[in-house]
Every structure is written in structure tokens, then in C-alpha cells.
Design a protein around this ligand. Structure first.
Ligand SMILES: Cc1cc2nc3c(=O)[nH]c(=O)nc-3n(C[C@H](O)[C@H](O)[C@H](O)COP(=O)(O)O)c2cc1C
Length: 198
């Protein structure tokens, strides 16, 4: 299963492109799940270290809906709106709260494949910085990070929304970067599966 995590508090551009990504995967036969922070209560990590002792998070909120999905997934897509040239605070809260999953099983994220999507209102508004944060989260937790490669999707899928849903729908270059990234993402998932069977 592939889990798509939307870090936008709105049903606008970021959710639209993440759903498009999951549709592409579903058409290729992948099982997908969509999770959004929109309308959810997901608090900050409090660094109470409860998870280190008890292997679960003490904060009783909607993050507990996402934990089993992240655990079961073979692939992870984190999609974030660009806020101040980085990821949204909601996306960061999700990442920090993943400490509880790693506390329960330090290999929890190992050999999963991950990609990032960043949607900014400006054409050059910090999309790559935001994706870099997503890829860094993957690297430090053992997720294999993929991008779409050179000539258009260097770090992953980057979109220019012009702050509107209509704007992102018109961003053909953004969708090209998404298709390239999805291609590399599925290739990596398939290669890992083949190696697992050997
Ligand atoms: C607090 C805040 C900070 C933002 N900072 C940036 C920014 O640094 N660069 C940028 O390109 N867009 C910035 N934006 C615009 C959003 O990235 C853009 O509107 C995006 O489409 C929002 O995603 P959504 O449509 O899924 O809500 C910011 C928006 C907010 C609310």
C-alpha cells in the first residue's frame, strides 16, 4: 500500500495534486490510501519521551489514525504547501510525531520508498527547500528517497499554484515533474519487490 499524506489545512492545490498522484498509482495497480491533516487534531511532539519508554505516543489525537497507515505502507508520499520557503507546520508536526513509530521499532521506515511534493504560490517560492526537508526526513528514518531526476524533477514534484486551485491545475510543468517522480517512485518500488522475492 502507498500512503499519501497531505500537509495542507485546505482542500485546495496540495490535496488536488496529491490525489492526482495517487490516481496515477491506482491506475498502475497500486493500492493507495489518502490522509490529510485538514480538519484533524494533530499536536506538536512534546518531547516528553513517553514513546521511548512505552513505544507509543502519549498525545491522544488524530495522529493515531496515521500511525498504522505509515507502518503498513511500502511507499510514502508527503505533499506539503510551501510556507515561508519550507514545509507547513502541519507537515512538520506529522514528521516529529513519527518519533513514536521509530521508538516502537527502529526499523519501522527501513526499505520503504519515499517521494515529496511541494506546492508554492510563487513560481520560485521555496519548493525545493520544502522538498529537501521531506527528503531529509526520509533519509534520517531509513526511507529510500526518490526524485524524478534531472531535466524537470530534480528533487521531486514541484508545483506553482498562484495561490489558487485553478492555478495548480494549469501548471503543466508541475504535472510533468509529478509524472517523472511517480515513474522513478514506482520503478524503485518494483525493484525492491523483485529483490525481496530473490
Ligand atoms: C503562512 C503561509 C506562508 C506561505 N509562504 C509561501 C512561500 O514562502 N512561498 C510560496 O511560494 N508560497 C507561499 N505561500 C502560498 C502557498 O504555498 C500556496 O498558496 C499554496 O498553494 C497553498 O497550498 P494549498 O492550496 O494546498 O492550501 C504561503 C502561504 C501561507 C498561508
Amino acid at each position: 500500500m502507498i500512503i499519501g499524506v497531505c500537509g495542507s489545512p485546505r482542500r485546495k492545490a496540495t490535496e488536488h495534486v496529491l490525489r492526482a498522484a495517487l490516481d496515477m498509482l491506482a491506475k498502475q495497480g497500486f493500492e493507495t490510501e489518502f490522509f490529510t491533516v485538514r480538519g484533524k487534531e494533530i499536536g506538536f511532539c512534546r518531547h516528553c519521551d513517553y514513546c521511548l519508554r512505552n513505544k507509543t505516543c502519549a498525545v491522544d489525537d488524530d495522529m493515531h489514525q496515521l500511525y498504522p497507515l505509515l507502518k503498513d505502507a511500502r511507499g510514502i508520499i508527503i505533499a506539503t504547501p510551501v510556507y515561508n520557503s519550507g514545509i507547513s507546520a502541519q507537515t512538520k508536526a506529522v514528521m516529529d510525531r513519527c518519533r513514536a513509530l521509530v521508538a516502537a521499532d527502529r526499523n519501522c521506515f527501513r526499505y520503504k520508498v519515499g517521494m515529496g511534493i511541494a506546492v508554492g504560490g510563487d513560481r520560485v517560492g521555496g519548493q525545493e527547500l520544502a522538498i529537501q526537508q521531506i527528503l531529509t526526513f526520509y533519509i534520517l528514518n531509513g526511507v529510500i528517497p526518490v526524485s524524478g531526476g534531472a531535466f524537470g524533477a530534480n528533487l521531486g514534484a514541484t508545483f506553482w499554484s498562484k495561490d489558487t486551485l485553478e492555478g495548480v491545475k494549469e501548471d503543466e510543468e508541475g504535472f510533468r515533474s509529478l509524472r517523472k517522480t511517480i515513474k522513478k517512485f514506482t520503478q524503485s518500488l518494483e525493484e525492491l519487490e523483485t529483490n525481496r522475492r530473490k
